[in-house]
Design a protein around this ligand. Structure first.
Ligand code: FHN
Length: 460
């Protein structure tokens, strides 16, 4: 059953706050923005979850392996809507256990979860009044998948956040871009307002019913959707929940995948979203989050076993934090509702490292000494002219001395986080030298907390 445009408008009006400012977001001072972004900036590590009907074919369509990322199979195999819709009748994730998903995330040291509420294929994982193409109405499973996950996140102390695709390969107001592909969609003449109303109903549901903390927009690139649309959507969502955080893909701020930069600051959105990459020097002056897969696909593909090593994943987290960003690491659950075991193994191994070294990631700021040859650095300001530098050593010094060249700040204390063992630190010839054990306590990254007093010279 398609909800009529009138009904959609009534749904929007019924739920939207009276006289909601629909074009300009609520005024916010820098201090208010800092307060709103605080938990997100301190979190540093989130889990992305791409889940939907595409987990059923899992990369294979009519016995043919389909190239590309798994959640794009409808487009990449050019599956007719009527045929793809039939997958809903098979979707029955009987092994879905949100408590276990959140436990794994928590054990991994993850602080927030961003899950697809609706990806480009248009199928909704939550109970929505805007369309019957959802898990409650269209599948044998028949229950909302996101509400129990949201409840578990709040029960276990993680933030619950939702991804939402603007581009929609199923909605009748959007049409395929070409005979061979849906992407990028075109808008059906005269039906843009209808789709925007549809989207507003669903965004209200995600905010009001699921209390999402971040709206992670995507699929913003089709030409029919403009930056002005993005500004209006940003203002609308902020009017529903002033504390919410919204990414830069609500508008056109993504551009070259780098995300927000100073010149783009006028674009709607609270943080930049570099994808499958870590900007070489971060995105100075703006909030940003690198979203990355653990293998090569976001949505589950049964034969994608190109898993990144735990070493790579931990060093990505450190590299991103050392540049002042967040790491949004993806899992693609199976159609039965299981996070693939190789993902679980890596997450739990990351958690073991974070259990010892998490203070060097959470609530830290970017390195003041650039990217040293031996690893990465994050920092915490201790006040009174003192700073704590977290030295993440990837390449252990063979001569037993870790050197910070060109640093005249006075070393106060150096401690190995693993075992809380104090190390000797001294200034010599304009450098800080730390005497370290002959063997690295952690082969992936050993962390030394170095407290210093005075000015820290910027690194290369
Ligand atoms: O097309 C999507 C893709 O399927 C995936 O969701 C990524 C994750 O950031 N975003 C888009 C590609 O940029």
């Amino acid at each position: 059953m398609k909800v009529s445009a009138t009904a959609l408008a009534l749904l929007v009006a019924a739920a939207a706050p009276a006289a909601a400012p629909q074009t300009a977001p609520p005024k916010e001072s820098p201090a208010e923005r800092d307060a709103r972004m605080k938990w997100w900036r301190e979190a540093r590590f989130g889990m992305f979850i791409h889940w939907g009907l595409y987990a059923i074919p899992a990369g294979t369509w009519k016995d043919r392996k389909i190239g590309g990322i798994g959640e794009w199979i409808m487009n990449n195999a050019n599956v007719p809507v009527e045929e793809y819709e039939k997958l809903a009748k098979e979707f029955n994730p009987v092994k879905y256990d949100p408590a276990e998903w959140v436990r794994v995330a928590r054990e991994a040291g993850i602080k927030y979860i961003v899950i697809t509420s609706k990806h480009h294929d248009g199928f909704c994982l939550f109970d929505t009044k805007a369309t019957d193409y959802n898990v409650v109405k269209a599948t044998p499973y028949g229950k909302d998948l996101l509400k129990p996950l949201a409840d578990e996140c709040r029960k276990q102390g993680l933030k619950f956040c939702t991804y939402y695709s603007i581009m929609d390969w199923h909605h009748p107001a959007q049409m395929r871009g070409s005979p061979k592909a849906y992407n990028p969609t075109k808008i059906v003449e005269g039906r843009k307002a209808e789709y925007m109303e549809f989207m507003k109903v669903q965004l209200q549901e995600l905010v009001k019913n699921l209390d999402t903390e971040v709206l992670w927009f995507d699929g913003e690139w089709p030409g029919w959707y403009t930056e002005e649309d993005g500004q209006a959507v940003y203002a609308f969502v902020k009017s529903l929940k002033p504390s919410i955080i919204i990414n830069n893909r609500v508008g056109k701020g993504r551009k070259g995948m780098e995300g927000l930069s100073k010149k783009d600051r006028e674009y709607a959105g609270d943080f930049g979203t570099p994808e499958q990459q870590i900007p070489a020097t971060g995105l100075p002056g703006v909030d940003w989050e690198s979203c990355m897969t653990m293998n090569d696909t976001w949505g589950y593909k049964s034969y994608d076993n190109n898993w990144k090593s735990t070493e790579k994943l931990i060093r990505n987290l450190i590299d991103i934090a050392s540049k002042g960003g967040n790491y949004l690491l993806n899992v693609g659950p199976t159609a039965e509702g299981l996070i693939p075991q190789p993902s679980v193994e890596r997450l739990l191994e990351m958690g073991r490292w974070i259990k010892t070294n998490g203070e060097s990631i959470y609530a830290t700021q970017a390195s003041p000494i650039g990217r040293p040859g031996w690893g990465r650095c994050t920092r915490k300001d201790l006040g009174g002219g003192r700073t704590r530098l977290y030295l993440h050593v990837f390449s252990w010094p063979a001569d037993g001395v870790l050197t910070l060249p060109g640093q005249t700040a006075r070393p106060l204390k150096a401690v190995l986080l693993e075992g809380a063992r104090e190390l000797a630190a001294a200034s010599k010839d304009g450098a800080i030298n730390i005497t370290v054990p002959s063997q690295a306590p952690d082969r992936i990254a050993t962390v030394i907390a170095l407290d210093v007093e005075g000015e820290i010279k910027a690194g290369p």
